[in-house]
Design a protein around this ligand. Structure first.
Ligand SMILES: [Zn+2]
Length: 237
């Protein structure tokens, strides 16, 4: 890298780029990618860290991830989701309808298709930005974070099957998956994980199985412990 130019191998040579942040450490690899007509270059760097970071906060927080509330914290506060997809869904549907009326691969079709790609990336950028803001704020304020171990990847996969296989659950499931993916729960947990590592904090992923049915006092697990969603009463103790 020389100033705002990067020398790429395989006869490509010097290419101008906009440096969005300083490159610290030794460059180990370079990735070139193209998203919605824009080219991006990212550098994977290596550097030695001095002392292990110690998280400035001393508090712990538990997070519950949901659909209508993106996050509910153990402090009793919650964060609303940013449904960037839903907000832009009508716009996207309209563009896609218009595209279907154009002659495939014609100049007009290509132009229109680029518009759609641009909207897709706009939606993704909004979501990404929002999740970064949310996770940075939580990670800054809490040394220990506990959240559900969602295995989002598995949940998304299960709705991919045929309608015959899953019966009438497919529609409901894919609707749920759309919401999950829209909010990017998996992305959020990843962000929390590495942000905690940077600051010397801790992220604990808890297996959500039976957590709502387990008694805090005697650890007895029973469905009857929770007669309603809001009321918990251990049947044993
Ligand atoms: Zn009990």
């Amino acid at each position: 890298v020389e100033d705002n130019r990067v020398k790429l191998p395989n006869g490509i040579g010097l290419v101008k780029f906009r440096k969005s942040q300083d490159i610290i450490g030794t460059i180990k690899n370079v990735t070139i990618s193209k998203k919605s007509g824009h080219w991006y270059v990212s550098f994977g760097c290596e550097r030695e860290l001095g002392e292990k970071p110690v998280h400035p906060a001393t508090s712990a927080i538990g997070l519950d991830m949901g659909i209508t509330k993106l996050l509910t914290t153990s402090n009793g506060t919650y964060i609303k989701p940013k449904n960037s997809f839903k907000a832009n869904q009508l716009k996207l549907a309209k563009l896609q309808r218009q595209l279907s009326k154009k002659v495939t691969f014609s100049q007009n079709w290509k132009k229109h298709n680029r518009k759609i790609q641009k909207l897709h990336s706009h939606i993704a950028n909004i979501r990404h930005d929002y999740l970064h803001k949310v996770t940075t704020s939580i990670s800054k304020n809490h040394a220990m974070i506990a959240c559900e171990d969602l295995k989002v990847a598995n949940m998304s996969k299960s709705a991919g099957g045929s309608a015959a296989q899953h019966g009438r659950n497919v529609k409901a499931k894919s609707g749920l998956n759309k919401s999950i993916l829209d909010q990017g729960w998996g992305m959020m947990v990843d962000m929390l994980e590495y942000k905690q590592q940077w600051r010397g904090g801790l992220l604990i992923k808890v297996n959500p199985r039976y957590t709502s049915q387990t008694c805090f006092e005697c650890k007895h697990i029973a469905k009857d412990n929770r007669q309603t969603q809001a009321k918990f009463e251990c049947v044993k103790c």
